[in-house]
Ligand binder design. Structure first.
Ligand code: HEC
Length: 163
């Protein structure tokens, strides 16, 4: 009798701990798709196959706005007449490299509004959930990273290890 009570108490504690961890983790990740909550995304900019796929995805999905040479749109710091910000560069002159791979992944997949938690946030950046697979999103971001100068990549590596 005593033993079964102890076991019950243990099971309850375990269930509570699991529930707590799940809630906390969902909160941190801030994303809605449970399959991506298990581990943080790390970019694979030294994997030639991944980078080659990413270059193709970039050309077909991103270059129209972010530029063939990742240079962004002209005057990208100044909002247009519609109040929306132009597409920033993805090269070393922009701030893409200030964000770790996981943040870039979530931003590209779920969109800016979802990531900052404001559904009304107006932005010209599309969300790629259902358009690109997770592997394609990781590939395109890995390609972008592969074009940065060595010291910027090294700084970004440090960011990624912080996750
Ligand atoms: C229709 C135009 C358009 C396309 C296509 C587009 N973007 Fe963007 N992107 C934008 C705009 C505009 C912003 C700035 C958003 C803002 O600040 O509101 C942006 C911002 C971003 C940012 C944030 C950069 C930062 O420094 O915070 C990332 C990352 C990004 N885009 C990745 C991509 C990727 C990867 C693709 C292709 C899969 C892509 N974008 C395709 C318009 C576009």
């Amino acid at each position: 009798m005593k033993t079964s009570k102890a076991i019950l108490a243990l099971l309850t504690a375990a269930a509570l701990a699991a529930a707590f961890l799940t809630t906390r983790w969902t909160g941190i990740a801030g994303a809605t798709d449970p399959e991506n909550l298990s581990q943080a995304v790390v970019l694979r900019d030294r994997d030639a196959g991944v980078v080659a796929l990413g270059a193709k995805v970039y050309a077909s999905e991103c270059a129209a706005c972010h530029g063939d040479g990742l240079q962004g749109q002209p005057d990208w710091r100044v909002p247009g007449d519609d109040g929306l910000r132009p597409a920033p560069p993805h090269d070393a002159t922009g701030h893409t490299w200030h964000h770790d791979g996981d943040a870039l992944f979530r931003l590209t997949k779920y969109g800016l509004a979802e990531v900052i938690g404001d559904p009304d946030f107006a932005t010209g950046m599309p969300a790629y959930e259902g358009v690109l697979s997770d592997a394609e999103i990781i590939a395109v971001l890995s390609y972008i990273k592969s074009t940065w100068p060595a010291e910027i990549r090294a700084q970004h590596d440090k960011l990624e290890k912080r996750q």
